[in-house]
Design a protein around this ligand. Structure first.
Ligand SMILES: Cc1cc2nc3c(=O)[nH]c(=O)nc-3n(C[C@H](O)[C@H](O)[C@H](O)COP(=O)(O)OP(=O)(O)OC[C@H]3O[C@@H](n4cnc5c(N)ncnc54)[C@H](O)[C@@H]3O)c2cc1C
Length: 406
């Protein structure tokens, strides 16, 4: 008998999930929730996840799939904009926080009880579509074959092109603890723009965990990162001068960089490889919020697999209009057509927060879109939209439609 090639000898799964972070773990969970427990699934990451490396915050109506993991939730938010401070009553939404470590621990326990899911640890070097299957390669020379692969590893970063905008959302957050009562646990600060803007868009979140403890996060939207010491210096200044707290200890620190770009992240790597998570374009370009968009996408993928045996999810054509809205906001910020602080102040001052959330969730009616559009600097946004549209049409005429949905 002829020897089999390494690829023929490779272990075969129904689904391979490359990258077991927010998207990979959520997809594994949803696949089993949708009853696909008879499929053999491989979850691959470079190492088990245990560190509290990020905190996910998002707004939501009702209960989500990971409701039991929500560490804190708020029904009232404070917004400090340009010359205006207001309390936002956001019901029926709630602003929620899930700590990374809680999510990873829950998933590790859950995975232990799923006989159809295998976890393996290795550095993934490639995820490719070969004939009618997906092949995942790891640095230790192994290969895994699957009917489908779902990739959340940033193997293809969008290449810089003049047609698109490339901002970053970068932030340093501290969980601080004070000996005296310092926070109202019922109200979180969504955005406090009362910090020096330095030509960028800069604000602070304050998410109280109890009367003595809060996550305070200094956030910047700009093209370049700041020197690391500046985030710390800005946080210290905010805590001292705005929160008027001098006696505190820092219990935890998180630093993050999220892409804010309208450059397309490919949603596939060939027929059999579907990108998910940030790698699959789940980050909202204009805000950086990703967690809920990941949940929506992996739910749709699991639903499609269950219903049709194929994971393709088509974006409804009308929803594509939000891509233009995102590009317009990025263009306004990038070209300095209007200050970011002013844009967010206009949005929250002239719209109920529920409408703003629906808009950012891409669930508004055309009438609500008009209300949102007419609440911001109209000439600046019209110029930005025209600019973005012109570049988008030019880019479209150059880009082949690689993988049409079917
Ligand atoms: C600090 C921080 C805070 C954030 N806060 C929020 C928030 O409040 N709200 C929100 O909506 N979004 C937030 N985001 C954005 C987004 O939700 C997260 O980045 C989210 O984790 C993205 O999920 P993902 O699965 O795409 O990537 P990840 O969660 O980063 O998962 C990718 C996985 O791939 C693995 N991996 C990478 N390369 C390889 C390789 N070569 N081989 C094997 N494994 C590999 C990694 O170990 C990781 O486990 C935050 C991001 C950061 C960084």
């Amino acid at each position: 008998m002829m020897d089999r090639t390494p690829l023929e000898a490779a272990e075969r799964f129904d689904y391979i999930i490359a990258g077991a972070g927010a998207a990979g773990l959520s997809l594994a969970y949803h696949l089993n929730q949708f009853g696909l427990t008879d499929r053999r699934i491989l979850l691959l990451d470079r190492a088990p996840k245990t560190a509290n490396d990020r905190t996910w915050c998002f707004w939501e109506i009702g209960e989500g799939a990971f409701e039991a993991l929500v560490f804190r939730r708020w029904e009232r938010l404070t917004f400090h904009g340009e010359g205006l401070s207001m309390t936002l009553e956001i019901i029926p939404y709630r602003y929620k926080m899930i700590r990374g470590a809680d999510f990873y621990h829950f998933m590790a326990r859950w995975l232990d009880a799923q006989p159809n899911i295998t976890c393996a640890y290795a550095e993934v070097t490639n995820v490719e579509s070969v004939g009618d299957e997906a092949v995942v390669h790891t640095r230790d020379g192994r290969a895994y074959r699957g009917a489908w692969a779902f990739n959340s590893i940033l193997l293809d970063r969008p290449t810089r092109q003049p047609a698109y905008h490339y901002l970053l959302q970068h932030f340093l957050g501290w969980v601080i603890h004070t000996p005296a009562r310092a926070f109202d646990p019922a109200i979180a600060t969504l955005m406090d723009f009362r910090v020096e803007q330095s030509g960028d868009t800069r604000f602070v979140y304050v998410l109280p965990l109890d009367a003595h403890t809060a996550l305070v996060e200094y956030t910047v939207f700009s093209g370049e990162l700041l020197p690391r010491a500046e985030y710390a210096w800005q946080l210290e200044a905010y805590i001292r001068s705005r929160l008027q707290i001098t006696d505190y200890e820092t219990q935890h620190e998180e630093f993050g960089v999220i892409p804010m770009t309208d450059a397309p992240f490919p949603d596939r790597r060939g027929e059999r490889v579907i990108n998910i998570g940030t790698a699959g374009g789940c980050t909202k370009p204009s805000t950086g919020y990703t967690f809920q968009r990941i949940q929506r996408r992996v739910r749709h993928i699991a639903q499609a697999l269950k219903a049709t045996g194929r994971p393709y999810v088509a974006t409804p054509p009308l929803r594509r209009r939000y891509e233009l809205f995102d590009s317009a906001l990025l263009n306004v910020l990038d070209k300095g057509r209007e200050r970011g602080r002013r844009v967010f102040t206009d949005l929250f001052a002239r719209n109920p927060p529920q409408r703003v959330f629906r808009f950012l969730d891409e669930d508004t009616t055309p009438m609500e879109d008009v209300q949102i559009m007419s609440s911001v600097n109209i000439p600046a946004f019209l110029a930005a939209t025209a600019d973005a549209l012109r570049h988008r049409l030019a880019a479209l005429s150059r880009r082949p439609l690689a993988y049409p949905d079917r």
